[in-house]
Design a protein around this ligand. Structure first.
Ligand code: PAF
Length: 285
């Protein structure tokens, strides 16, 4: 496995693959890899000839009081995991390799980015789209794979690819969960053991909501919120950021009654980490 760091090294490697008519798969990550990331690498491997994993904790997607410094990092562990997963290139740039010191150009999206995580993290998606656009230019992938856990992120990336005409196919990888239902996340490592135990509240809330809709036929947002509140109250360390019911692709909120494909998305602050999770539910017609 090659480890590349600069934009020039990365682009020349990718151009060489293109000369050899090889398709390139990209799995963008911020490192501290877990089974969720490795499942994305497997998906990329199935669909392309060579796979690049990028590892870059992107500063522009963190707000001033967020966890940029506390974000877990372990390069050696990530290197070994990528090697074992059959990755061809680990692209691990430094900040200076990605951003000019006086950079002033960003990619912004003005509709999908405004709700859900965009409310409490106002600059987050601008940072994500900017770095992902840069990675697309640096790695020149045919296919890029993102986890469905970041539901709003992957919808925004699809929109960017469509609106900016990137010749790249976006593939979503299903959420990978721990045995107790908690969605895998690098941030889980920053939770105390008590908070980690209580982190099941996200998947438990989604499960209760899905059962109410799919088995009891409840479609009232108000009723679903009150059922969800009873579950949320069991996690004393968790503070709800949001629980939202939105249209699956447009992310427009349902105000009263659910219908069609509904993305139920939740974010909860725990001491040490803010966790997110989601589930798509189809309301029986
Ligand atoms: O999902 C992530 O880990 C990040 O937001 C991404 C896509 C690698 C961009 O920094």
């Amino acid at each position: 496995m090659k480890i590349l760091q600069t934009a020039q090294e990365m682009q020349s490697w990718s151009r060489e693959q293109q000369r050899q008519a090889k398709t390139i798969g990209l799995v963008p990550t911020m490192g501290y890899l877990h089974e969720g990331h490795l499942s994305l690498v497997r998906l990329a491997n199935e669909q392309t000839d060579v796979v690049v994993v990028s590892l870059f904790v992107n500063p522009t997607q963190f707000g001033p009081n967020e966890d940029l410094d506390a974000y877990p990092r372990d390069f050696e562990r990530d290197r070994l995991a990528c090697e074992a997963a059959g990755v061809e290139v680990l692209f691990a740039p430094q900040k200076r390799d990605v951003y000019a010191e006086d950079h002033t150009v960003y990619v912004t999206e003005e509709v999908l980015a405004s709700g859900l995580c965009g409310k409490s993290r106002p600059i987050h998606f601008q940072g994500v789209l900017t770095v992902v656009a840069k990675l697309f230019h640096l790695v020149l992938p045919d296919v890029a794979v993102f986890g469905e856990k970041d539901a709003q992120q992957i919808r925004l990336i699809r929109r960017m690819v469509r609106d900016l005409n990137f010749p790249i196919r976006i593939v979503g990888g299903p959420i990978v969960r721990e045995a107790d239902g908690v969605a895998m996340s690098s941030r889980n490592t920053n939770l105390s053991s008590e908070a980690r135990n209580q982190a099941t509240v996200l998947s438990r809330t989604l499960e209760v909501v899905a059962t109410c809709v799919e088995e009891e036929g409840i479609t009232s947002v108000q009723e679903l919120r009150s059922r969800a509140d009873a579950v949320l109250a069991t996690a004393s360390l968790g503070e709800l950021d949001y629980l939202e019911f939105v249209k699956d692709e447009s992310l427009a909120p349902f105000e009263e009654e659910l219908s069609g494909d509904v993305l139920v998305a939740i974010a909860v602050y725990f001491p040490g980490a803010r966790l997110i999770d989601n589930r798509v539910i189809t309301v029986p017609s």
